[in-house]
Every structure is written in C-alpha cells, then in structure tokens.
Design a protein around this ligand. Structure first.
Ligand code: ADP
Ligand code: 5GP
Length: 197
C-alpha cells in the first residue's frame, strides 16, 4: 500500500512552533512516515552542516533500543513525567505513536538555538516497509506502526492542503538528500556568510 517513502518539510508544523521566548531562526520540521528515511537524511545533514543545524532531542516513553543513549537519541522518560510536563506547557508538540508518547520540549529547541544553530525537528507521519528490515520491532509493535501509517497516508492530502513546503520522495537517498539540501540552501548560505564575515 505504501509504495513510496515520503519525507517533507512541514509548513504547518513550522507555523505552529511558538515564537514567544524563542528567538533565533525558525526550526525546520522534517516529517514523514516512520521508516521513510528522516533520521538518515537528518544525520547526513548534520554531518555535512553540523555547525549550521542542530537536532532537537525529543522525549519518548518508549524503551531505548540497543545503542541508544539517554539525552542523545531521546530523553527516555515515564509516561507520568511526560504527561506532567506536557500539562505544564513545556512541550511545543507531542504525539501518541504506537502506544508511546513522543514530543519536542521547548527546552530542547532552545538548547539548539542557544548554540546559534537552526533547530531541526524529526516529527513522524508513520509507516513503511523498511521498518521490517530494522529488526528492532516485535511483530505486534510493527503491526501497530504500519496500521498507523496506513491511516496517515490515506488521509494525507498534504500537497493539496499546503501542509508541506516540500515533499521529497526518498527512493534514492542521494537525490533525496540533494533535494533537502537545496530546500535549505538559503539558510546554509546565510549561515556561511555570517560565519565568514
Ligand atoms: P525514519 O527516521 O524516517 O524512521 P530511517 O532513517 O531510520 O527512517 O530509515 C529506515 C531504514 O531505511 C534505515 O535502515 C535506512 O538505512 C534505510 N533507508 C533510508 N533511506 C533509504 C533509501 N533511499 N533507500 C533504501 N534504504 C533507505
Ligand atoms: P522511533 O520509535 O522509531 O524512534 O520513532 C517513532 C516515530 O516517532 C518516528 O516516526 C519519529 O519521527 C517520531 N518522533 C520522534 N520524535 C518525535 C517527536 O518529538 N514528536 C513527534 N510528534 N514524533 C516524534
């Protein structure tokens, strides 16, 4: 059903990021189904332009996967703590996904901005066959993820609604990365000019 992986820059999500108390450049939101290649693209963006962009570390209530570090890949927290913090207004967005809470805290965005970097958020639209190759999901959690993806993609009228600034089809990683870089070229040039002046 989901033949094409999809990643996009979400304009609506960008617009929703509150500007109050958050000076500096507006965060960039990379969104798409789980397994679409968002973190692969983000990793490469940070490798090549690490002084310009910074990854905001999300919170999640899911368990860490092997090799994942608290504070680096995610802040791994309990549902109770996360719900309290959400209620206290500490998050700019959050979502329930596959039985767990995920969210971006204001503090995580500010931490990136404090380093004078453009904050990049990874926010899911869920789904996709590649999860099967990742081998970190149980069949049950995989089924939940793919079911969520199907709903998302069926209801996704993203293009028509102008939800995204850009839709990138990640069927070729190099081409997808080039498209991402091109979409951010103004920001990259601006940052390069600033650092050289
Ligand atoms: P997401 O962050 O969107 O959940 P990942 O970046 O973790 O997705 O990618 C899921 C898997 O797909 C990873 O194993 C990654 O190496 C692989 N992958 C990413 N882009 C491509 C591509 N264009 N072609 C084939 N495999 C890809
Ligand atoms: P995973 O469990 O595979 O790390 O992430 C599952 C999904 O949650 C991914 O598609 C990822 O994009 C999404 N996700 C990660 N962090 C956040 C976040 O802060 N907010 C939202 N809404 N989704 C997130």
């Amino acid at each position: 059903m989901l033949r094409r992986p999809l990643a996009g820059l979400a304009a609506a999500a960008l617009g929703r990021v509150p500007s109050d108390g958050m000076p500096g450049p507006r965060p960039v939101v990379l969104s798409g189904p789980s397994g679409a290649g968002k973190s692969t693209l983000l990793k490469r963006l940070l490798q090549e332009h690490g002084s310009i962009f910074g990854f905001s570390v999300s919170h999640t209530t899911r368990d860490p996967r092997p090799g994942e570090e608290n504070g680096k890949d995610y802040y791994f927290v309990t549902r109770e703590v996360m719900q309290q913090d959400i209620a206290a207004g500490d998050f700019i967005e959050h979502a329930e996904f596959s039985g767990n809470l995920y969210g971006t805290s204001k503090a995580a965005v500010r931490a990136v901005q404090a380093m004078n970097r453009i904050c990049v958020l990874d926010v899911d639209l869920q789904g996709e066959q590649r999860l099967r190759q990742r081998n970190t999901e149980t069949e049950e959690s995989l089924a939940k993820r793919l079911a969520a993806a199907r709903v998302d993609m069926e209801s996704c009228e993203c293009k028509e609604q102008g939800l995204f600034d850009l839709i990138i089809i990640n069927d070729d990683l190099d081409k997808a990365y080039q498209a991402l870089e091109e979409a951010l070229s103004e920001e990259i040039k601006k940052a390069q000019r600033t650092s050289h002046s």
